[in-house]
Ligand binder design. Sequence first.
Ligand SMILES: [Zn+2]
Length: 390
Amino acid sequence: MKHIDEKKSDYSFICDECSYDVPDFEFRLSAVQYGIIFLHGPNDVFMGILCPKCQKMSLNRYDTEYIKGLKSRLFYSTQSDALFKYHSFPYTHDYHESLLDNLFTSKIAIGFDIGCIEESEIFARDDDSKTHFSNKYCSYSWGDEAIGPMLNVCWADEDKIESLVKIENETGLKVFPRYIGYVPTYLLINIFCEDYNYFDKELIANNLSESFQVLEEYPTQREISRDSDFLNILINSMQDKNVIKKISTKENKIVIDEMKEKFITFYKKGYLKHFLEKSYLEFLHEYIGINQQINFSYQVVNDLLSKYLKILINLVKEKETERPMQKIREECRKIAKRLWKKYPKMTIQDMIFRDEIAHACGQKLYTEDTIRNWIKDLCPNRLPGRRPQK
Ligand SMILES: [Zn+2]
C-alpha cells in the first residue's frame, strides 16, 4: 500500500493494482459513484476508492491531518454535489465466511434517520475493550453522519488490512463499509428492510418479543402497511430524474398519481396486493445483494427501482383497461346482429373474420370456436355452404 505523504493535488491517490495516478476529477467521480473507505488508525488513516482504470479497490495510507483536510474538502465543500455519509447496510458480513477471525464488528441502532454515534456510546471510559480496539483501524470516525437505521462499525489490525482488501477484489463483495454520496432513497429502503425484519425474522420468531406478538395478532394490518410502504418506495423513486427519464411518460404519471391517491381502492381489487406481496421480498433480496457488491452505486439502485416500477405500471394499465370477456362477447353479438341484418347471406365463417369483430376483441386473442359459439345463434343462414340448391 502506498504511503502518500506529500500533497501533490487535492486528492492524491495512486492505485495499488495498476499504479494509475488518479487525477482529481476522476477521484471525485469514483468517490461519488462508488464511495470511499476510510480506516482510521491510531496515527494514520487508510483511504480507498474503486480505481477508475482497473475497477479494483485499493488503499493508500495518509497522515491523519491530511485526511481531515480531504474530508472537509470533499464532505463539506459548497461545490460538492454529494453529501457523503457513512453507509454500512446490510450491516452484516455473513456472505464472507472467512472474515470472522480478522474483522471485528459491532452493530448499533442509530434511529430511523441520519444519525451518529460517539465513542463513549460504545466504550465506557475505563473499558478494557477500548484499549483493545485503540490500536486497530476503524471503518467509522466517531461523530460522522451515518445513514440509519443501523450502523455497523468494523475494526481490523494493520497487518490484516491488505488481505481483507484482497478478499474484496477477489470476490467482488465488500468487506469494509463506505462513505457514500447520500440519497434519501437509501434511508427509505434501509428502514423498510429493518421494519419488515428481513434479516432478523428467525431471531424475532425465537424471542417473540411483546411488540411482535401484537403484530402477530394483526397480520393483515401489518401486511397492508408493509405493502403500502413498498408501494411508496417505488412511487417515490419517480421523483428521481434518472428514473423519470426511463419510464415517466405523462400517461405513466397519471397511473402513479391515481394509485397513490386511491391505494385502498386499487389494493382491494387484489392484483396490486398480489404484486406487492409477491415482489417485496424479491426486491429486498436484490437490494441487499447489490449493496454487498464493491461496485454498488446509485445507478444500480435506480435500475432496480425502475425495473419494479415498470412492471407495476404495466400491470395497472393492463388490469384497468382490461375488459371482461363478457363485455367483449356482448359487443361481438351486437356487431354480428347489425351486419347480418345488412348481409343476411353472410356465413358464420365470414362473420368471424370481419374486421369489426377483430376490432371488438381488441388485444385479446379468442379462438375461432369461441367466437363461433358467441354468435352462431344469430345467423339467419344456419347451414353455410350446404344450403339446399333448388
Ligand atoms: Zn487501478
